[in-house]
Design a protein around this ligand. Structure first.
Ligand code: CU
Length: 131
């Protein structure tokens, strides 16, 4: 009787440990969608430095850029192009107005609007992706 009871509880412990592992793995794998600029989206007049510093982005999360495609676009650029608002050699250009951009590796990524002088006016964001 005592043996049966002890077997029962150790199997319960094993089950809990297994479930805990599954939970941890699931949490690690779950990629989120991050709305760039929060409710304001991708636009002029928002402080993206403040937004980025208060936003957690993990590898494989999708950055969602929501904007009017007639007015803006999104370019992934080098740090130097980000600093200088240079729009002529982007690594990638997105212009659907509802772009999902995903970075699979940790690091800092630089995104700007390539229309007119929007970047110089502050429509630029540096996103640090980390676990
Ligand atoms: Cu713009």
């Amino acid at each position: 009787m005592g043996t049966t009871k002890s077997q029962g509880s150790s199997s319960a412990v094993r089950t809990s440990a297994f479930l805990l592992c599954v939970l941890i793995l699931a949490q690690h794998a779950a990629a989120a969608t991050v709305n760039v600029g929060g409710n304001s989206g991708w636009t002029l007049g928002l402080n993206y430095k403040n937004w980025a510093s208060s936003t957690k982005v993990r590898p494989n999360d999708s950055l969602f850029f929501k904007y009017d495609a007639r007015l803006h676009n999104v370019m992934v650029v080098s740090k130097s192009d980000y600093d200088n608002c240079k729009t002529t050699s982007p690594w990638s250009k997105h212009q659907s107005g509802k772009d999902m951009i995903k970075f699979t590796k940790a690091g800092t990524y630089y995104l700007i609007c390539g229309v007119g002088t929007h970047c110089k006016a502050g429509m630029k964001v540096a996103v640090t992706v980390r676990f």
